[in-house]
Design a protein around this ligand. Structure first.
Ligand SMILES: *Cc1c(COP(=O)(O)O)cnc(C)c1O
Length: 465
């Protein structure tokens, strides 16, 4: 007897899936029914039995749920890297999220002057706020915002030095993750890089001697993701600014992370701020919105008003500008800096970075029994001290004391089990991302917020090894 005849018709199967159709729409579900029926037909050809109706419907539901699920999904970042570029860097403050939603939902005064009814400038939404926070409201300081800090550097160099030379210390010709290399950006900006000094030492006279008729600016790049230690010398910003200004040239500083608050005062490793750079004589500073600032992806260019005006006139600015939701989030984030007392409560990046190790270890103690139960005899789970890093190139050498759930496979050769465990956590509805080190799978709990604790535990029931 030909079993093929017993496969149900597409319409009959669809009739049993009205709830699934409500969720995903008829077109997607029909495609899934067809695909599963085709798979069953293929199975029959190869001697497999006709699938049970319940199994067939379950397979269709699984397929539809998978296709209907967003590609960009929330995960648990338990990698120990707080600003993880591949996991989206900074988490936004609730104030910033609300501002983005409001800007997305209704028309907004993005480039509209509500006083005069005339045309406005989108940079004005944050320019004064940045001058207030970074330069005590100095009226000669302005800002312009682009897509990210790489764009900020590219635009600044092209606007201020196209066809001319920019002087940079060899110790600062860095590559930042994701293919941002200072020499390459220079080339793309059509600026000739003049390298001075050596990898470990650069002196005042190196800057002074490099200045010639084609020099357009002196530049300092925060080395971000690496540190030169030992016999080293870099020239202080103040000294470089002095040399630049004596020659009538601007001094540009690429800060990379650029927090606006005093990290050392909050028990964190010291990080240079745009305030310090401008006070030391920098004419332009650039930094990211989604690193230590704790805002949306953006590149902030702040500095002398005349130079900012020149940068804004460059046609690249139009190509690199940001949209309303980014500006909404950035403005709301910057406003939080007006109230430093409550900043660590409201800004998730700062809250996570300053989280005490004891609090993280206590969280580990609460979670350990549930995770051990989920793993059964496969592995033992313990709470151990570990160290987190800030990430995104900030303070590469510094570590923050933290605590992790450490999962050690019971098997003699743990390699395969480790990969199985790691993959199982990654397949959870809200994927959990940890790291393997020293034959153990680590879940650094620094970035597991209290409000997510119950959700983390509840989905452990879905773990499948
Ligand atoms: C991170 C970084 C960049 C690139 O910034 P994005 O916002 O990722 O484009 C450039 N320069 C320095 C020094 C950095 O640390």
């Amino acid at each position: 007897m030909n079993q093929k005849r017993h496969l149900p018709a597409v319409d009959r199967v669809l009739g049993q899936l009205s709830e699934l159709i409500d969720v995903h729409g008829r077109q997607l579900v029909t495609g899934c029914v067809r695909a599963e029926l085709a798979a069953a037909r293929e199975g029959l050809k190869h001697g497999l039995p006709l699938p049970e109706e319940a199994a067939l419907l379950a397979a269709i539901r699984r397929r539809a749920d998978e296709l209907g699920r967003a590609n960009l999904r929330p995960v648990f970042n338990l990698t120990g890297t707080v600003l993880h570029t591949n996991l989206g860097r900074a988490l936004l403050a609730e104030e910033a999220i609300a501002a983005m939603v409001a800007a997305a939902r209704a028309p907004c005064a993005l480039e509209y002057d509500l006083e005069t009814g005339g045309r406005g400038d989108r940079d004005d939404l944050v320019s004064g706020l940045l001058a207030e926070l970074i330069a005590d409201g100095d009226p000669n300081i302005a800002a312009t915002i682009v897509n990210n800090n790489a764009a900020a550097v590219l635009l600044t160099l092209n606007a201020l030095a196209q066809g001319k030379e920019a002087v940079v210390s060899r110790g600062e010709l860095v590559e930042i993750g994701g293919a941002f290399r200072v020499p390459d950006v220079m080339r793309r900006a059509q600026v000739k890089l003049v390298e001075i000094g050596t990898t470990n030492r650069t002196h005042d006279k190196d800057y002074a001697e490099a200045i010639g008729p084609k020099t357009a600016l002196l530049m300092k790049v925060h080395t971000s993701n690496y540190a030169v230690v030992g016999f080293t010398k870099a020239v202080e910003e103040k000294a470089i600014a002095g040399i630049a200004h004596a020659a009538g040239l601007p001094f540009v500083v690429d800060l990379g992370s650029g927090t606006l608050c005093d990290f050392a005062a909050r028990g964190l490793p010291a990080e240079p701020t745009p305030q310090q750079a401008l006070a030391a004589g920098a004419d332009i500073v650039t930094f990211s919105g989604d690193k230590l600032l704790g805002g949306p992806q953006a590149g902030l260019i702040v500095g002398r008003k005349d130079l900012i005006a020149k940068i804004k006139k460059n046609p690249l600015k139009r190509a690199l500008r940001v949209g309303k939701t980014t500006l909404a989030a950035l403005e709301a984030t910057l406003r939080l800096y007006r109230d430093p007392d409550r900043l660590a409560e409201r800004l998730p990046t700062l809250r996570l970075l300053t989280r005490p190790a004891e609090e993280i270890a206590a969280l580990g103690g609460r979670l350990q029994p549930a995770v051990q139960a989920a793993l059964g005899a496969l592995a033992t789970v313990s709470v151990e001290a570990c160290s987190s890093q800030i990430g995104s190139g900030a303070l590469p050498v510094e570590r923050l004391p933290s605590a992790a759930l450490v999962i050690r496979p019971s098997a003699k050769k743990p390699g395969k089990t480790l990969l199985t465990v790691e993959a199982a956590f990654r397949r959870l509805p809200q994927p959990v991302i940890g790291y393997i080190r020293d034959d153990a799978y680590h879940l650094d709990l620094r970035c597991l917020d209290h409000c997510d604790e119950a959700r983390f535990v509840a989905q452990l029931a879905d773990l499948q090894f």
